[in-house]
Write a protein that binds this ligand. Structure first.
Ligand SMILES: NC(=O)c1ccc[n+]([C@@H]2O[C@H](COP(=O)([O-])OP(=O)(O)OC[C@H]3O[C@@H](n4cnc5c(N)ncnc54)[C@H](O)[C@@H]3O)[C@@H](O)[C@H]2O)c1
Ligand SMILES: O=c1ccn([C@@H]2O[C@H](COP(=O)(O)OP(=O)(O)O[C@H]3O[C@H](CO)[C@@H](O)[C@H](O)[C@H]3O)[C@@H](O)[C@H]2O)c(=O)[nH]1
Length: 459
């Protein structure tokens, strides 16, 4: 099928960057990204590129190159569906917060709404591409909705999960390890492969059946998160044995069967995907009565929760068992560097725990707004908005966050944190001045020389 016009439903962290790169590499395609969220679409259309809703290195330049040429952002969903031959569904699939599967299963209501909308509007044959991360066999449900509620036209369904990581999304999209396309229709698969083929070598475009494609996405995230939980589990042992987690990581990573990536011990993984996708995998396994399989993968999340908790426990214990009324300066709120995304960030849970102990927290993050920080805390529902506001302030300078603080907690590995004047910070902090480096970012011996009591992970 010849594809000239593409629509992507969902202008989020995946839909935006992915379509921007496809548009850049396929100037003859017209791509419209649509969303129900007007504020988000307006931000994507803002002439001031610093106001784009998503911060990703290199994204603004590509949007600037393509926007209103062959890349468009709109809230007119029906028109975009109607005129496109290929429709990507890239909406959110969060963990369910109600009903059966609450706290575990993926909430597919947004996916179903999209499928029903496509069925209602479409008057010509379409290729529908699952870009969102979905439980294995979701394509079956989408197919059923499209064919039972549509206007008798033909829909081909493909699974094309996205593997980009935030903070490096553009590089990941430009040089993917692989592109995965699952489907039944060879013609539909080739139509999509051709679009990626304008910049991705064909041998990196993997064709599979739909179910393998859907399940590979959940599996990839489970394996990646498992590595982080595995190294974090060893970090706790290091702290008690004088082994050093950085040295252990290096030593095991040099084994080519293990490999060096994703062995960085931390305060715990965050982000919108790892926990959600593993819980979903656990839920699916349980639904097939595979209880041992479910328990095995659930342990990855249990270990991650333990890692976040023990970071704040250690901080409290070291500060003479109380942080009540003490100022804790937090550097970083995003779940990793080079993104403004805070979903499931370890910082949120550490802050919440410290607030329970009546700490006074001051946060600085280079890319996360004060209102976002407050709303992340409010979302937990642990205390009233007024109480959160009283206990936690966010400021526009690291020096303000750390002035008169009893301790620094480094939550995100932003490069700029390494460049600060740490002697000045030391002189302005209460003594003894503690650093709890949740990312092993700073130079331990330099910090100790300045006078800090420096605690890192797994050392
Ligand atoms: N964030 C990542 O790095 C990443 C990477 C790979 C895969 N994924 C997966 O991709 C999917 C999207 O993730 P995201 O981070 O881009 O989410 P997001 O929340 O940033 O964006 C989703 C967008 O979809 C819109 N939307 C929801 N329902 C809609 C509807 N019916 N019609 C039109 N728009 C609708 C929302 O308003 C939102 O703007 C998820 O399944 C996620 O698991 C995410
Ligand atoms: O060695 C490591 C690597 C990562 N992390 C943490 O793990 C989380 C996730 O990091 P990362 O995977 O780099 O970012 P995401 O954007 O969440 O990307 C993951 O989730 C996406 C959504 O499904 C997938 O597309 C990507 O392939 C997958 O890497 C972050 O909090 C990191 O700080 C560590 O603590 N140590």
């Amino acid at each position: 099928m010849l594809v000239r016009k593409i629509c992507c439903i969902g202008a989020g962290y995946v839909g935006g960057p992915t379509m921007a790169v496809i548009a850049k590499k396929n100037p003859d395609l017209k791509i419209t990204i649509v969303d129900i969220n007007k504020v988000r679409i307006n931000a994507w259309n803002d002439s001031d590129l610093s106001k784009l809703p998503i911060y990703e290195p290199g994204l603004a330049e590509i949007v600037d190159d393509t926007r209103n040429k062959n890349l468009f952002f709109s809230t007119d969903i029906d028109t975009a569906i109607d005129e496109s031959e290929m429709i990507f569904i890239s909406v959110n699939t969060p963990t369910k917060t109600y009903g059966v599967g609450k706290g575990m299963a993926a909430d597919l209501k947004y996916i179903e709404l999209c499928a029903r909308n496509i069925a209602k509007v479409a008057k010509t044959d379409k290729i529908v591409v699952e870009k969102s991360t979905l439980p294995v066999r979701t394509a079956e449900a989408i197919k059923s909705i499209l064919h039972n509620t549509g206007n008798g036209i033909d829909f081909k369904i493909l699974s094309n999960p996205e593997f980009l990581a935030e903070g490096t999304a553009i590089q990941d999209l430009l040089n993917p390890d692989r592109v995965l396309i699952g489907g039944e229709s060879e013609a539909a698969i080739e139509s999509l492969a051709q679009i990626y083929g304008t910049w991705v070598p064909q041998n990196k475009i993997l064709r599979t059946n739909v179910w393998s494609s859907e399940l590979s996405k959940l599996t990839a995230n489970a394996f990646l998160a498992q590595r982080v939980s595995s190294i974090n589990a060893i970090s706790e042992l290091c702290e008690l044995t004088e082994a050093n987690i950085e040295e252990v990581s290096k030593a095991i990573g040099m084994d080519s069967r293990i490999g060096p990536k994703f062995l960085k011990s931390s305060v715990g993984f965050g982000g919108s995907c790892f926990q959600k996708d593993i819980l979903n995998l656990v839920y699916i396994a349980r639904s097939y009565n595979l209880n041992q399989v479910a328990d095995y993968w659930e342990q990855v999340v249990i270990m991650n929760n333990h890692q976040k908790r023990r970071f704040s426990d250690r901080l409290i214990k070291t500060l003479y068992n109380t942080v009540s009324g003490k100022k804790i300066g937090m550097l970083g709120w995003a779940f990793k560097k080079d993104t403004n995304d805070t979903r499931e960030s370890a910082a949120i849970y550490v802050a919440d725990h410290l607030l329970n102990e009546q700490a006074m927290i001051s946060v600085y993050d280079p890319k996360v707004s004060c209102s976002k920080i407050q709303s992340d805390l409010n979302y937990l529902g642990t205390r009233t908005e007024a109480e959160n506001y009283e206990g936690l302030t966010s400021v526009d300078s690291p020096y303000k966050a750390l002035n008169e603080a009893h301790a620094v907690a480094i939550m995100t590995e932003w490069d700029e944190f390494k460049t600060y004047d740490w002697e000045k910070i030391y002189s302005q902090m209460k003594k003894p001045a503690f650093i709890f480096d949740g990312r092993n970012l700073l130079d331990k011996s330099k910090m100790s020389q300045i006078g800090f009591e420096y605690y890192s992970i797994g050392q």
